[in-house]
Design a protein around this ligand. Structure first.
Ligand code: ADP
Ligand code: ASP
Ligand code: MG
Length: 606
C-alpha cells in the first residue's frame, strides 16, 4: 500500500465543480489501494482578494495579522474538499497547519518549516481516512499557536515537506497546466511539455520566475530525494517528473533550515577577459560571443553591466589554454567599437591570466541572503579582493587572484564547516548519469517582479561587497545578478568600482532605505534604481561544455534590436536584464531561437 501526497492548487479547486472533480480523483487514488494525504491551496484567487481587503484598511498591515487573515483561505478549501470527499462515501478529515503540528520559524509571511508532527495524520490514515491538510500555513509555537504563512505559492512547499516527513512514496502537484513546460504557456502557448527535469534545473527556473513550482518545494524534494511529479488536475496525463540525485540521509528536524553550504569548489585554471566601455546598443554581446563560439571557445562566467556615459563593460572567463584565442577575438572586435561615436577611443581590452574561481554550493542557501553576504565577509576577513561575482540560487561564485585561492578555500571550508576536501569545479561530472543527452536549454523564464540597483563609486577594497550585502541580508532581502564593474574609476586618488544587482520588487522599498543609509557611511556616491526592467533567463544543465549557447541567446535578442542592460551567468543559466516592455518579446524570440516549441498549443483553463 503506497502513501501518496497530492497537492491541488488554487485554480484546481476554484469552484464547487472543481472541488467535486478533485474529490473524485482523490477517491480513485484511494480505491487503488493507496493511503492519501491531500494538501490544498485557497480557492481560486481568494488569497489575492484577502490581500486587497487588507489594503483597503491599511497600507502597512502588521505581518502577524496578515498571516491570520491569509491562512483563512486554505481553511475554507480544506473543509469544503473534505465534505466533497465524504459525499462520495469516502471517509475524510480536514486539518489546519496547527492541528497537524506544522512547526515553523517565528517569521510571519515567509516562515520556513522546522518540523512536522506526523502522529495525528498517521492515526487518521490508519482509520482509513483521507487527510486533507491546509497548505501554506503553520504555527511558530506549540504553546501559543501563532499562525504563520510560508510565502506566496507556499502550498507546494507544505506538500513536499509533508511527503518527506511522512516518508511518502511520492508527491504529486496538481495544477492548471499539463506539467512543467519550456516556458509559461500564458505567454507562449506553443510551450512544450517536458517529461522530466532535474531538480537543479527546476530550482533555477522556479527562482527565475516560473511559478509552476515554489522553489522551496524543489529544494525539499532534492534534499530528501522525494519523487515529485507536476500534473494537470484536468487530465490523466502523466505530467513532468522532477529528478533528484540520491541524497545523503538527513534529519527531519530543522526541515527547511538545513546546512546552507554543502561544498566549496574551485577552479584555478581560468583567465578573465574584459572589454571596457563598449557602446550600450543592441548587438555588441552577440557579435563578441558569436565570434568566440565560432572559434569553439567555451565561455564560463559572463557579466555585463551598464555604466556612466551609457557604456558597458563585458567580462568573461575561459580556460587558460584558450585565453589567447578569446583575447584575439576581443581585439579583432574592438576597432569596430572604437570607431563608434559613442565610445571614441574609449573601448579597452584587459586580460588577466592569474585568476581563480571559487564557489560555495548548496540548496540550503535558497532564500537565505545571509549566506552570500557571509562568503563576501569571509573573503574580506582574510584580505581577499573579489574581482567578479556570479550568483545562482544554489551557488555563489567569486573570481579572485590566483595567489589567494588556497587561502580562500581554507577560510571558506572553516567558516561553512566543510569537512570533505574542496571539489575541483567540473560541472560536467555533476550531470545526472542517466541524462547524458540533456538539451543545452531546458526552459526559459521571465521575471517582471525585479528592480535593479546600481551603487556608484564604491571604494575598491576588500569588504565592501560584504558590507552592502550584509546590510541587505539583515533585512532578509535576497539579491540576484550581482555585477561588479570591471572598470576602475579614480576618485580623490582612490580606485572605485560600481556594483549593480537586482532584488524582488516586494523588497524594493526596504532595500532602498537600507542602501541609502549605508552608502553614506561607506563613502560611495549614489544609488541608482530602475524598476522598469524584466529579467529573461535560459536554464539547462546541458549548456555546460556546450560553446555557443550564450551567443545564440545574445544573437536572438540582437536580431530583434533588444538592448541588453545586464548579463549574468552561472554554469546552467544565462540571465539578461532588458527594458520591461521588451520582456515578453525577448521571451518569445528566445523560445523560438532554441527550438523549444511543441506540436500543440497549450490551453490553460480560465
Ligand atoms: P497553482 O494554483 O496550481 O499553484 P500556479 O498559478 O501557482 O498554480 O502555477 C501554475 C502556473 O504557472 C501556470 O498556469 C503557468 O501560467 C505558470 N507557469 C510559469 N512558467 C511555467 C512553466 N515553465 N511551466 C508550466 N507553467 C508555468
Ligand atoms: N494560497 C496561497 C497563495 O495564493 C498559497 C498557494 O496557493 O500556494 O499564495
Ligand atoms: Mg502555485
Amino acid at each position: 500500500m503506497a502513501l501518496i501526497v497530492q497537492k491541488y492548487g488554487g485554480t484546481s479547486v476554484g469552484t464547487v465543480e472543481r472541488l467535486q472533480a478533485v474529490a473524485q480523483r482523490i477517491k480513485k487514488t484511494a480505491q487503488n489501494d493507496n493511503r492519501v494525504v491531500v494538501v490544498v491551496s485557497a480557492m481560486g484567487k481568494t488569497t489575492d482578494g484577502l490581500i486587497n481587503l487588507a489594503k483597503e484598511i491599511t497600507s502597512n498591515p502588521s505581518r502577524r495579522e496578515m498571516d491570520m487573515l491569509l491562512s483563512t483561505g486554505e481553511q475554507v478549501s480544506i473543509a469544503l474538499l473534505s465534505m466533497a470527499i465524504q459525499e462520495l462515501g469516502q471517509p475524510a478529515i480536514s486539518l489546519t497547519g496547527a492541528q497537524v503540528g506544522i512547526k515553523t520559524e517565528a517569521e510571519h509571511s515567509k516562515a520556513r518549516i522546522l518540523k512536522i508532527e506526523t502522529k495525528r495524520i498517521e492515526k487518521h490514515l490508519s482509520e482509513g481516512k483521507i487527510v486533507v491538510v491546509a497548505g501554506f500555513q503553520g504555527i511558530s509555537s506549540l504553546e501559543e499557536l501563532e499562525i504563520t504563512t510560508l510565502g506566496r505559492g507556499g502550498s507546494d512547499t507544505s506538500a513536499v515537506a509533508l511527503a518527506a516527513s511522512l516518508k511518502a512514496d511520492f508527491c504529486e502537484i496538481y495544477t492548471d497546466v499539463p506539467g512543467i513546460l519550456t516556458t509559461d504557456p500564458r505567454i507562449v502557448p506553443e510551450a512544450r511539455l517536458m517529461t522530466e527535469i532535474t531538480s537543479d534545473e527546476m530550482l533555477e527556473l522556479a527562482s527565475l520566475g516560473a511559478k509552476v513550482l515554489h522553489p522551496r518545494a524543489v529544494e525539499i524534494a532534492r534534499n530528501y530525494g522525494m519523487p515529485l511529479v507536476v500534473r494537470s488536475s484536468w487530465s490523466d496525463e502523466p505530467g513532468t517528473k522532477v529528478i533528484s540525485p540520491i541524497p545523503k540521509p538527513r534529519s527531519l528536524e530543522g526541515l527547511e533550515i538545513t546546512k546552507a553550504v554543502d561544498a566549496v569548489e574551485f577552479d584555478a585554471n581560468q583567465a578573465k577577459v574584459a572589454l571596457l566601455r563598449v557602446p550600450d546598443k543592441p548587438g555588441i554581446a552577440a557579435s563578441l560571443f558569436g565570434e568566440i563560439a565560432r572559434q569553439n571557445v567555451d565561455v564560463d562566467l559572463i557579466i555585463q553591466s551598464i555604466h556612466e556615459g551609457n557604456s558597458n563593460d563585458i567580462a568573461f572567463t575561459v580556460m587558460k589554454q584558450v585565453s589567447a584565442k578569446a583575447e584575439a577575438v576581443a581585439e579583432a572586435i574592438a576597432p569596430s567599437l572604437r570607431s563608434n561615436p559613442q565610445a571614441i577611443n574609449e573601448a579597452e581590452i584587459t586580460i588577466e591570466k592569474h585568476i581563480a574561481k571559487i564557489a560555495i554550493a548548496g540548496a540550503g542557501m535558497i532564500g537565505r541572503p545571509g549566506i552570500a553576504a557571509k562568503i563576501f565577509s569571509i573573503l574580506a576577513g582574510v584580505g581577499i579582493n573579489i574581482e567578479m561575482i556570479s550568483t545562482s540560487e544554489v551557488k555563489v561564485s567569486c573570481v579572485i587572484d590566483e595567489q589567494d585561492c588556497d587561502r580562500a578555500i581554507e577560510a571558506l571550508c572553516n567558516a561553512f564547516e566543510i569537512k570533505n576536501s574542496p571539489m575541483y569545479l567540473k560541472s560536467q561530472e555533476s550531470l545526472n548519469e542517466t541524462e547524458i543527452n540533456v538539451p543545452p536549454v531546458r526552459g526559459i523564464a521571465l521575471d517582471n517582479n525585479q528592480a535593479r540597483f546600481a551603487i556608484r563609486h564604491i571604494p575598491d577594497k576588500p569588504g565592501m561587497a560584504a558590507k552592502i550585502f550584509g546590510a541587505l541580508a539583515e533585512d532578509n532581502i535576497s539579491i540576484d545578478m550581482i555585477i561588479q564593474s570591471q572598470r576602475v574609476k579614480i576618485i580623490n586618488d582612490l580606485p572605485t568600482r560600481d556594483i549593480a544587482f537586482t532584488v524582488a520588487k516586494a523588497d524594493f522599498h526596504n532595500a532602498k532605505l537600507a542602501l541609502e543609509k549605508l552608502t553614506q557611511t561607506l563613502g560611495c556616491d549614489e544609488v541608482l534604481v530602475d524598476s522598469d526592467i524584466a529579467k529573461v533567463s535560459i536554464v539547462g544543465s546541458g549548456m555546460v561544455g556546450h560553446p555557443g549557447v550564450a551567443a545564440r541567446f545574445f544573437e536572438a535578442l540582437a536580431k530583434e534590436k533588444i538592448n541588453i542592460q545586464m548579463i549574468a551567468t552561472s554554469e546552467i543559466k544565462v540571465s539578461c536584464v532588458v527594458k520591461k516592455e521588451e520582456g515578453v518579446k525577448a521571451l518569445k524570440v528566445l523560445h523560438e531561437a532554441f527550438n523549444l516549441a511543441g506540436k500543440d498549443k497549450i490551453e490553460v483553463p480560465a
